[in-house]
Design a binder for this molecule. Structure first.
Ligand code: ATP
Length: 455
């Protein structure tokens, strides 16, 4: 069953996962803050990505580059000239839209990436696509709108001091490719991964945290020899699928793979695949995987005048590395996980909302609770002990049924209750979030029990 997005948002707000940005001042359009629980999930998600794509991959290393880079980087990458979206205005109500999205939202099977502005304008006229706000059919021509956020560095505000907030983390990797390769004495093939904030002045942000102007990306640039006969694209596509299905437990039925056709491919790209997720508001890009050839290194080499070629120690040949780039937004992946995890269950004694988050992403792994006041001291002792090894919380308010529901609602996989009998038998009751089954476990075996269950 597909979750209703409004219900999900309301749940995430009340439970402390996601808040409206600057809320006490009336908010700031499409900005979201991650509350105490959301920050936990987000950090855990980033750590899972980092472990999988950087630390535990035989080829890769990590990087943390600046958000503000020398503006020449953006000239070389093409962002200053080309990082635009087609903006169209409704003449009647003055609303602004991305012209390509006007079409794609009406004709959901279509993809107009690669169309010229003229083709888009003609299609909108031909199919009488109306303004989604006021239903008028009176649009301006398309103008290109740059997505780069501009600011000034230092005290003087002139063209020379103009800098940009990065619209992707990838370029930071390309400009430190040579340093990383030399310092770590890396041989091709190898990859550099990075997690960090990116900024895009999107024309139409929205759909909750799906498209925002400030977001985080997890990007890997994987460098390999143009003579390498391995299919690294397929290798990384498989890795991404494995991560989705086996690490963050995205159901195979909820995502699909869309291959870009020739028209849609960027001029430098040899192959691009979008992994799309079935969000409640429709199918949308979750993760992009692109073969970028040697485009970026070539551009940076010619703009910087630095030699970015690689000297192959085996063949003594010098060449520019080719690149495969798997790139995903932290919040988009988080939204997909939230959509899939939110479940309303009808029980004999009422209804419960459970966040069936993967155990590794739950804000807390365990909740320790005394059944009644009399067991508070004992439970607190156990809580402090458990905290040494697990992300635990202590919950003592309300009746036990309410506390179980509360932990279900935030996705805590295990609740451990200290009760009347604990004093005599040194056992606690352990309840599983998904099955709601309860087991009696000896306290001395609790850590081992939880370790085996929480993997
Ligand atoms: P879209 O077509 O949705 O605008 P894109 O093709 O421009 O996305 P990329 O430049 O390939 O996106 O960025 C890589 C990933 O970064 C995307 O797959 C997505 O997960 C994430 N992403 C891009 N733009 C945003 C945004 N405005 N808000 C949140 N995440 C984003």
């Amino acid at each position: 069953m597909k979750v209703e997005i409004e219900k999900l948002i309301s749940h995430l707000k009340t439970q402390g996962f996601v808040f409206q940005g600057s809320e006490i001042y009336g908010g700031l359009a499409n900005s979201w803050d991650y509350g105490p629980l959301g920050a936990e999930v987000k950090n855990k998600l980033k750590k899972l990505w980092w472990d999988f794509f950087v630390r535990r991959n035989e080829y890769n290393v990590g990087l943390d580059s600046s958000i503000i880079l020398n503006s020449k980087v953006w000239q070389a990458s093409g962002h200053l000239g080309n990082f635009n979206d087609p903006l169209i205005d409704c003449k009647k109500c003055k609303s602004r839209f991305r012209a390509d999205k006007l079409i794609e939202e009406k004709f959901t099977e279509m993809n107009v990436g690669g169309w010229t502005n003229q083709e888009i304008e003609e299609f909108i006229k031909e199919k009488s696509i109306n303004c989604p706000k006021c239903d008028a059919n009176d649009f301006t021509n398309i103008r290109q709108f740059t997505l780069m956020f501009k600011t000034n560095q230092g005290v003087v505000e002139d063209e020379a001091s103009t800098v940009y907030l990065r619209p992707e983390t990838a370029q930071g990797i390309f400009v430190q490719y040579k340093n990383s390769q030399r310092a770590l004495r890396k041989k091709l093939p190898f990859g550099i991964g990075q997690i960090g904030k990116s900024f895009r002045n999107e024309i139409t942000p929205g759909n909750f945290i799906f498209r925002t102007r400030e977001f985080e990306q997890m990007e890997l640039e994987f460098f390999f020899s143009p003579n390498d006969s391995n299919d690294w694209f397929e290798y990384w596509l498989e890795k991404v699928k494995f991560f989705l299905e086996k690490v963050v437990l995205i159901d195979q039925q909820n995502y699909s793979i869309r291959e870009h056709d020739k028209e849609e491919l960027a001029h430098y790209a040899k192959r691009t695949v979008d992994i799309e997720f079935d969000f409640p508001f429709g199918r949308g890009e979750l993760w992009g995987i692109a073969h970028r050839s040697d485009f970026d290194l070539n551009q940076h080499q010619s703009h910087s005048g630095q030699d970015l070629t690689y000297l192959d120690p085996e063949t003594n040949e010098k060449y520019l590395a080719n690149v495969i780039e798997p790139s995903v937004g932290v919040e988009r992946l988080l939204l997909a996980i939230f959509c899939q995890s939110y479940v309303e269950e009808q029980l004999e004694n009422g209804e419960r909302i459970v966040m069936k988050l993967p155990y590794k992403l739950a804000p807390y792994s365990v909740a320790i609770m005394p059944l009644q006041k009399q067991q508070k001291e004992k439970a607190n002792e156990l809580y402090k002990e458990i905290l040494l090894d697990f992300d635990a919380t202590f919950d003592e308010t309300g009746n036990i049924g309410k506390r179980y529901r509360r932990q279900d609602a935030i996705g805590t996989p295990y609740c451990v209750t200290v009760d009347f009998d604990t004093e005599n038998d040194n056992c606690v009751t352990v309840r599983n979030r998904d099955t709601m089954e309860q087991e009696r476990i000896e306290i001395i075996k609790l850590k081992e029990y939880l370790l085996t269950k929480l993997i």
